[in-house]
Design a protein around this ligand. Sequence first.
Ligand code: FAD
Length: 297
Amino acid sequence: MNHQQTSHEPEIKASFEFFPPSSDEMEKTLWRSVERLEPINPHFVSVTYGAGGSTRERTHSTIKRIIADTNLVPAAHLTCVAASRDDVDQVVRSYRDAGVRHIVALRGDPPGGLGSSYEPHPQGYETTAELVARIKEIGPFEVSVSAYPEKHPESQDFETDLAVLAAKVDAGATRAITQCFFDNTAYFRFVDRVRARGINVPIVPGILPVSNFAKVIGFAEKCGTSIPESFARRFEGLDDEPETRQLVAAAVAAEQVSALREQGVTEFHFYTLNRSNLVYAMCRLLGVGSQDSQCAA
Ligand code: FAD
């Protein structure tokens, strides 16, 4: 079954996610990566919003620099956590005035962290759907939202997740980007559920090329992302062998994106963790990017 809507040989689109740097060293790493990935001509590049809105200024300045110094199309993440509606609206207006036309709208994790219960700010948006609707009123924004192939960790069942996704799309979101996953069957099952529910926006797989497997285990557990046995086995015993691990990481990620591509997926969102190597390699493999970028490698 073809899992994205395609009528003829489709163009493959890739987008990249970065996070705002918190030190000079990280800043250098980020901009080196942006520079290296820019010639690939991504569909857009997004910049995350720290937990509890903690990177409001840094997200904004990173987005502003992308606009000023590159030809990339920025998408700013924005959450509802710990902020009043007025505050959130002000952030949206400042993005609109800076020329941003794409927002990734999210509820955000509970201020107490994943696992604690979510309480909206007393004057804040209660749901992501409300935020999406308001963003669409404030300016001519494209709005992307999240989706969870293996269920959101707070969710009782897929039905609740699908109802929340449907509400976000009804409010004006035109793309869902998934939480990272390592088991493609979970993604395909989810897309089938989404389509059966009558939701027709692209469900863009969020791909996390894994370079540090030990770190990913903890992260995956928290997010409810399963790690297939075969996947884990490949990294076994490589914790102290970074070079081999990098080769394995490239092969594993290549296998994942190639399998998605073969099943008709045409849009990919890469969690770069502000690094370019693995993502650059995946894009070349998918044939994403201009001729120039391919010559430049
Ligand atoms: P929603 O999609 O609104 O809801 C998530 C789930 O919570 C629902 O599916 C449902 O199970 C439950 N739920 C929500 N509302 C209700 C309701 N009214 N009744 C019953 N159940 C409900 N976090 C950040 O802090 N900054 C970021 O930049 C960021 N970027 C992200 C990008 C992507 C692509 C993804 C997948 C996640 C990102 N996150 C980010 C994490 C996200 O904030 C958390 O997963 C958060 O817990 C949920 O936010 P959401 O927008 O996905 O919530």
